[in-house]
Design a protein around this ligand. Structure first.
Ligand SMILES: [Cu+2]
Length: 511
């Protein structure tokens, strides 16, 4: 934990006025929703790294007579001690905070028996998974208190790091912030052949990063709200404050997941060594990319390799800058754009097991052919939490897609502030960013992108396998407060010539 825990003062009327003046046209975003944090947060050099990193347990499973791998998850309320002896009220799956890690192989059929032991309705969405819309766990698959839900589907996508979290319309931010999230790892033969670090919790580490606010005595509390949503001034990794992890292999794989509700990170190593990126949201890259930092907005994942020397200690940091954050001046200062964090200390043992270097070429990531595009769609992210001029309505299908076709979705952030864009069901490829080819870290499979202000992204995606005119998938900003406010839309995937038949009225009362 922090050696010193300075409390951030409450934002003043003056700082709100500055922010309002600078944001100008989007100032109403803040109306009635509290105010932005007051200044730069830096925990660099102040984190003692005294607590062993918690590793979420692997979820147990059984295999049915028909070969289906069956997991169970129970969403429940509990208490968690983020500081010894100080209980915070939290939610978790099968525990009090976060949830177990599910693991499955490409080609397997899986079922998850989800039980809701909370006293309010929630959902469990399988973020990044290709699956039928009824199994997706979006806002149309609510699980009532005391209720159960048993989605099942076949795993058919490349090895990667996915995750699961609630998606109840209007309440996603609060359900995730209370602790409902976990990882879902997929493996396949192509990945196994590479000999990458793959011993879970040993040389293959889940790194679930969340920001949080704490009282002086260590009780988790609500965070202060910036334009993006609540920003905490400390970090948790797998629910651990001030974590260290001991490793005994030369090569370590970290699966970074930004499970924060609003904060983006610029992950980098404390000693300035490059970040070796091997995978993004939907799979491994063709070849590793050596980067100064890896930027992750909420919901995004990155797999990175770290080679350690005997006895060394390496600190994972997040060093955000206004340029990386795409925020300017006082708005950057008040919205996390200048914040720096010590995230996790990796401690190498004095004796390390040797690890071979991975091959230069990892996996085949075939291009999607733009000449096959069957439909072009345009999604303009606008002010007041709108996409294409309107807020999410549970009873309105915004787009109807024909199954089996390739589409090009042009996403335009038409605002002066960053947003993000996440599409359910598919992994997509970024064809261009303002007309330019994407950098290596954005050239692989993605399901969520940071959307820079005044920037246009062309995404190519193929909608395969699952047509259902009655149940839509979602696309939305993954800044969860924005999503809750309605920065989301719905698309149905149908057979050729079929029409979507959504009739459900909205039952969400926007606040
Ligand atoms: Cu947004």
């Amino acid at each position: 934990m922090l050696r010193t825990t300075p409390r951030r003062p409450r934002a003043t009327i003056a700082s709100t006025a500055v922010l309002t003046a600078v944001i100008g046209a989007t100032a109403f975003v803040l109306a009635g929703c509290g105010i932005a944090g007051p200044g730069t947060v830096s925990t660099v050099g102040k984190v003692a790294f005294e607590t062993p990193l918690a590793i979420p347990p692997l979820a147990e499973s059984t295999v049915d007579a028909d070969g289906t791998r069956v997991f169970s998850l129970e969403a429940r309320a509990g208490t968690t001690e983020f500081a010894p002896g100080v209980a915070s009220e939290t939610w978790g799956f099968d525990g009090s905070y976060l949830g177990p890690t599910l693991v499955a192989d490409r080609g397997e059929r899986v079922r998850v028996d989800v039980a809701n032991a909370l006293d309010e309705s929630t959902t469990v969405h399988w973020h990044g998974m290709h699956l039928p819309p009824e199994m997706d766990g979006g806002p149309h698959q609510m699980v009532e208190p005391g209720g159960t839900w048993s989605p099942e589907w076949a795993i058919d996508q490349p090895a990667t790091t996915l995750w699961y979290h609630p998606h109840p319309h209007g309440e996603t931010e609060s359900h995730v912030a209370r602790g409902l999230a976990g990882m879902f790892l997929l493996h396949d033969e192509a990945e196994r052949a590479l000999g990458l670090p793959s011993e879970y919790g040993v040389d293959d580490l889940p790194v679930i990063v969340q920001d949080a606010g704490f009282s002086a005595d260590g009780r988790k509390e609500d965070t202060q709200r910036g334009y993006a949503g609540g920003l905490g001034d400390e970090l948790l990794v797998n629910g651990t404050r001030g974590p260290f992890v001991e490793v005994s292999d030369e090569l370590v794989r970290l699966r970074l997941l930004n499970a924060s509700t609003a904060r983006s990170y610029a992950f980098a190593w404390g000693d300035g060594r490059p970040v070796e990126l091997i995978g993004t949201d939907g799979g491994l890259l063709e070849a590793s990319a050596s980067l100064d930092h890896v930027r992750l907005s909420p919901g995004e994942r990155a797999e990175v390799l770290l080679r350690v020397a005997p006895g060394e200690r390496v600190v994972l940091q997040s060093r955000m800058t206004p340029e990386i954050a795409a925020l300017d001046g006082p708005v950057a200062v008040m919205n996390g754009g200048t914040d720096e964090f010590d995230v996790l200390e990796v401690r190498a043992a004095e004796q390390l097991d040797p690890s071979p270097a991975p091959p230069a070429t990892l996996v085949d990531v075939p291009d999607l052919d733009p000449s096959e595009v069957a439909a072009d769609r345009r999604f303009v992210l606008g002010d007041s939490f709108e996409i294409n001029g309107h807020a999410m309505e549970m009873g309105r299908i915004d787009e109807t897609v024909t199954v089996g076709t390739l589409e090009r979705w042009t996403v335009v952030n038409d605002t002066s502030l960053p947003h993000s864009f996440h599409v359910h069901d598919v992994q997509f490829r970024i064809a261009s960013i303002d007309g330019q080819a994407p950098p290596p870290e954005l050239a692989g499979w993605k399901d969520t992108i940071f959307a820079d202000p005044e920037t246009e992204y062309e995404l190519l995606m193929r909608f395969e396998d699952y047509a259902d005119p009655d149940t839509p998938y979602m696309y939305h900003c993954h800044l969860l407060w924005h999503e809750d406010q309605g920065m989301m839309g719905q698309f149905a995937v149908v057979e050729p010539g079929q029409r979507a038949t959504m009739t459900e009225e909205t039952d969400h009362d926007h606040h």
